[in-house]
Ligand binder design. Structure first.
Ligand SMILES: *Cc1c(COP(=O)(O)O)cnc(C)c1O
Length: 496
């Protein structure tokens, strides 16, 4: 029968993959998890010869067990095509003793494209398989990158509408411009007076609002999610860890079965959870290094076993990681609680009522696969300028957080020999001002697009098409609202 999905808060009801993708979030507010993580059933020798698309099929077929071969291959082919500016899709670049896995070659130049270019196809295929007649309304909270990638993925997809909420003062100028210029009759973009956590909580509340669901249903709509709480986001992200390992093996960088470390700049804990799934599928990964910015709630959690979001929310130069409630951590908590939904539900209840929870020593012992640390704003800037001066390679602020944490990991553990992959989650062109400022303060006076051209010149890389596209694009979305007005805005957009 293959993998089935149940909620992290109730293990009794099982769903097929396509149903879990359609629902996004379980009815009880929990996240869908596979009943077991499947093992890869092809050898590394075979994987080493495969393209990105072929690897994607081998990984995703194991999780999406109710998709036919034809359905899944069609989704993969439509997603990973010339929207990506390199046929490798996710190239590995060696610099300063680490391997940067560049996940930003898709149409919106951040790693969210890796999953959001396929999610619309997975979702519309799922709708067809389940005879869904309603239009699907994708509700999305974004810290900056998910929003644009989801808009690009769903724009003009028949049978769907997409509504994106972003923190009005919490994203980079380029990120905002990318979103508010989005074309497509089915796209809606809203800035909220609040931070990402408030946007995410507001969206989750709408998912759990039975009255709203009824009103929508009567009008022929149903909600789904493009956030990484959707299993259809997580599964495609497992692929590039398998692919990266296989490419390193193919290129002779590592020997058969040699273990590697993976460093992931983390916000909602989705990307690093995908690496954890890859490890559990059999990819030889030693440490999963979880890198945070000054919103270091995960660092504190890995050190102390207490998750505590009661602290100031800090706006940093890596806005896509400005998060205090890491949704996907719930999937890990469920697992280290021995797949005990009741125990997990209790901890999540504590999180929503008191803002914190504490895991048991037995659970903490199961976190051995992870190492957590963080970088300050100054350290992040220094990592960018040091790497640039040493190698000429320019990384974005999020990737710099990961590189900085990798330096700290090596110093603390003396593990300097293990080959290490750093997930490079955004193009530096997306965070041009922070990146250029890190390299030299003299750039302060330039405009955003002057900085783009200067970055292209000093880094010797072409300006990505995604940036060219917004240079002169007209703003078409200008709605701004308070956090508690989010449901009204949704109803107004849908004419309900
Ligand atoms: C979303 C994002 C992250 C964080 O990824 P999570 O899966 O939320 O942990 C890191 N870097 C960039 C550039 C992002 O867009």
């Amino acid at each position: 029968m293959g993998v089935m999905y149940s909620s992290t808060r109730n293990a009794d009801v099982k769903y097929r993959a396509s149903e879990a993708i359609l629902k996004g979030l379980a009815d009880d507010g929990g996240l869908f998890v596979p009943d077991s993580i499947p093992a890869l059933d092809v050898s590394m020798e075979d994987l080493a010869k495969m393209s990105y698309q072929e690897t994607a099929y081998e990984v995703m077929k194991l999780f999406l067990s109710d998709f036919t071969e034809e359905e899944l291959k069609s989704c993969i082919e439509k997603a990973y095509d010339s929207k990506f500016d390199t046929p490798e899709i996710a190239p590995l670049v060696s610099a300063d003793g680490a391997y940067y896995l560049e996940l930003f070659h898709g149409s919106t130049i951040a790693f969210k494209d890796m999953a959001l270019s396929i999610l619309p196809y997975l979702l519309t295929t799922s709708a067809k398989k389940n005879q869904v007649k309603n239009d699907i309304v994708i509700l999305t909270a974004t810290s900056g990158d998910t929003g644009k990638a989801a808009l690009a993925g769903f724009a003009d997809v028949p049978g769907t509408k997409i509504i994106v909420f972003y923190p009005k003062n919490g994203v980079s100028p380029i990120q905002e411009k990318q979103m508010v210029t989005q074309k497509g009759d089915n796209t809606f973009v809203v800035g909220i007076h609040g931070n990402f956590d408030q946007a995410q909580t507001g969206v989750k509340q709408m998912f759990n609002d039975k009255n709203l669901a009824k009103q929508l249903g009567d009008a022929g709509f149903q909600f789904s999610s493009a956030n990484s709480i959707n299993i259809g986001r997580l599964v495609p992200q497992v692929v590039y860890y398998v692919y990266a390992y296989a490419k390193m093996y193919a290129n002779g960088v590592i020997a058969k079965d040699e273990k590697i470390n993976v460093v992931v700049p983390t916000g909602n804990f989705g990307n690093i959870l995908a690496a954890f799934y890859a490890k559990n599928m059999g990819v030889p990964i030693a440490k999963l290094i979880c890198a945070s910015n000054e919103n270091k709630v995960l660092f504190d959690f890995f050190r102390t076993g207490t998750y505590d979001r009661n602290r100031d929310f800090i706006l940093t130069s890596s806005p896509s990681m400005d998060i205090l409630i890491s949704s996907n951590l719930e999937r890990l908590i469920y697992r280290i609680a021995g797949n005990d939904a009741a125990k997990n539900a209790e901890l999540m209840k504590s999180l929503s009522t008191t803002g914190k929870y504490e895991i048991t020593p037995e659970m903490k012992a199961l976190l051995d696969d992870f190492y957590g640390n963080y970088t300050s704003e100054q350290e992040t800037a220094d990592v960018i300028s040091d790497l640039y001066e040493k190698t000429g390679y320019i990384i974005d602020t999020h990737t710099a957080v990961a590189a900085g944490v990798y330096h700290k990991y090596k110093e603390e553990t003396k593990d300097t020999q293990t080959k290490t992959v750093i997930a490079s989650t955004a193009s530096p062109f997306k965070f041009t001002r922070s990146v250029m400022d890190a390299i030299d303060k003299k750039y302060d006076s330039m405009s955003d697009f002057e900085l783009v051209d200067e970055l292209s010149r000093i880094g010797n890389v072409a300006v990505p098409q995604a940036i060219e596209d917004i240079r002169s694009a007209a703003v078409v979305h200008d709605t701004v609202c308070e956090v508690d007005e989010m449901p009204d805005v949704v109803k107004k957009f849908l004419g309900v």
